[in-house]
Design a protein around this ligand. Structure first.
Ligand code: XMP
Length: 512
């Protein structure tokens, strides 16, 4: 086992962010349910414990309270927000009910830097989000920092290595918060800081082997970053026990299927089954124009095709998915947390339960940039690891109006030109997404001396960090000119190219 920091989860929306920040400090961390017995933590050999924040009050009847023996294991403990209040409450201090919530930025004044604030300024802007606060220190503790509203914003029991902080060091809004965490890890827990992406892979490989045993695993490969990295990782762990299924729904980009086949079948030697269902999808979509209807048909047909192909492959026990942390809306039913649900965004909705498949999601604790690092370390090419997002319904939501083979072909050819130019100019890597949209509008043009009454292609190129908001990219005019010139000259059936200058909101990134 690597040196492990246990993060006890009290239902904070930031628990995964704490774990991620600890990984950023190159220390392995594992999230445990708040009620995990101290014995188990001791058996796992944890070198430190972090108590997460949470929405509860220590006074509520069903407040989440950890095993009191965690304070007797003999390892350092860092309580964050609710975690600090718990420490105060359980170790003999006094917490008082807050009359109003302290939420937002505050200024922390550090009286004594000690190990936790070594190398840091005495005043820091920190992020608060709490109702209750500590009003009397537990025996053995001293206070080393205060904010405007909390006299005991940072507390310390030096001898035991117990620290409590009222603010959130894990969030971006707290100035130098990661250094506070690092001081706890390296300075108090004596963590070695040697946990790397390579170690993550080795560890994940071990866990996958243990979970899967001699069973068989099926994975729906889309060619996107997440499923690609999951496939490469699982393949590294269990080799031929993994079968990947790639559904050609007829809504793929030019050469996409061939690229996926060459990478996974030939290069990685993964057992990859390509199911060509393009005719079926196009039949189901015939005459459908309404975007939501298109999406529903594509989703439903995908599940039917996937299910059928699983039956052909034979017995499998696991369905693997490249689910990432941001796909999981997490709010565990803890204490009186009203948002009491774990909702999993299953890419293949409903299927695992119906097929009695267990889920294997080796990336579920990672964030996108971490997944990219894992992908690179596994030897996936840059084109896969840094690929722009592509919607599940594919070109189906980029052909506006009815989806026909000829409209798809026009879109594919135009899009291939756009991608080529984006790649060769280097802009592909700088933007969030760049793609063409087929508009079922005819406009007049001239080719040679002839009138050309043909369709319109829109260029959609946006910058974004999370797809929640997006701005259209100010691409150089010369590049736009080149793209437009090539599309109108080389793609039959297009007479005009337009550039979409709408931001999100109010427009969405995709047109449908
Ligand atoms: P919108 O159009 O809502 O898109 O601004 C936001 C991001 O999500 C992608 N997108 C999808 N991804 N299935 C997906 O996996 C979908 O049905 C879907 N629709 C949109 C879109 O490409 C953009 O990155």
């Amino acid at each position: 086992m690597p040196q492990t920091i246990a993060v006890l989860d009290f239902g904070s929306q930031y628990t995964q962010v704490i774990a991620r920040r600890i990984r950023e400090c190159q220390v392995y961390s594992k999230i445990y349910h708040f009620s995990t017995p101290a014995e188990r933590l001791r058996a796992d050999g944890v070198i430190g414990i972090v108590l997460s924040g949470g929405p509860s009050s220590v006074f509520s009847a069903n407040a989440p309270i950890p095993d009191p023996k965690i304070f007797e294991i003999g390892v350092p403990v860092l309580g964050i927000c609710y975690g600090l209040q718990l420490m105060g409450h359980m170790l003999g201090g006094k917490v008082s009910r807050g009359e109003r919530r302290e939420y937002g930025h505050g200024t922390l004044t550090v009286h004594r830097r000690g190990r936790l604030f070594a190398g840091l300024p005495r005043k820091l802007r920190v992020w608060n989000s709490h109702g209750d606060k500590l009003m009397k220190l537990p025996p053995g503790f001293t206070t080393i920092g205060r904010t405007e509203n909390s006299p005991f914003a940072v507390i310390e029991n030096y001898r035991k290595g117990f620290y409590g902080i009222q603010f959130h060091p894990e969030v971006f809004h707290t100035e130098r918060g990661i250094e506070v965490l690092l001081n706890f890890l390296a300075g108090v827990c004596r963590a070695r800081q040697d946990w790397t992406t390579k170690d993550f892979i080795e560890h994940a490989v071990g866990e996958i082997r243990e979970a899967v045993g001699s069973s068989r695993v099926i994975l729906g490969l889309s060619g996107g970053v997440d499923s690609s990295v999951a496939a490469a990782l699982i393949h590294r762990a269990i080799g031929s026990q993994l079968t990947c299924v790639f559904v050609d729904n007829g809504l793929l980009r030019k050469d996409e299927r061939a690229t996926v086949e060459s990478l996974y079948k030939r290069h990685f030697k993964i057992d990859l089954r390509v199911v060509d269902s393009s005719a079926l999808f196009l039949r189901m979509l015939k005459g459908v124009e309404e975007p939501e209807k298109k999406r529903k048909i594509i989703g439903k047909t995908f599940i039917e095709v996937f299910e059928k192909s699983l039956k052909k492959i034979g017995r499998a026990d696991f369905l693997a998915q490249g689910t990432l942390y941001p796909d999981i809306i997490e709010s565990v039913a803890i204490g009186d947390n009203p948002a009491a649900l774990i909702k999993s965004h299953h890419n293949v909705g409903g299927l695992p339960a119906r097929m009695k498949l267990k889920l294997l999601e080796p990336l579920r604790e990672l964030f996108k940039d971490e997944v990219r690092r894992v992908g690179s370390a596994l030897g996936l090419p840059r084109e896969v690891v840094w690929r722009q997002p592509f919607p599940g319904p594919g070109l189906g939501v980029r052909v506006i109006g009815p989806i026909t083979e000829s409209n798809l072909e026009i879109l594919r050819s135009a899009d291939a030109i756009l991608q080529e130019e984006m790649m060769s100019s280097g802009w592909y890597w700088k933007v969030w997404q760049s793609f063409c949209v087929f508009l079922p509008v005819k406009s007049v043009g001239v080719v040679g001396d002839e009138r050309n009454y043909a369709y319109v292609i829109a260029l959609r190129i946006v910058e974004s960090t999370d797809a929640m908001t997006a701005d259209w990219t100010r691409l150089p005019y010369d590049l736009l000119q080149k793209i437009s010139g090539r599309i109108t000259n080389e793609v039959r059936g297009v007479s005009r190219v337009v550039f979409d200058v709408s931001s999100k909101p109010p427009a969405t990134i995709e047109w449908e």
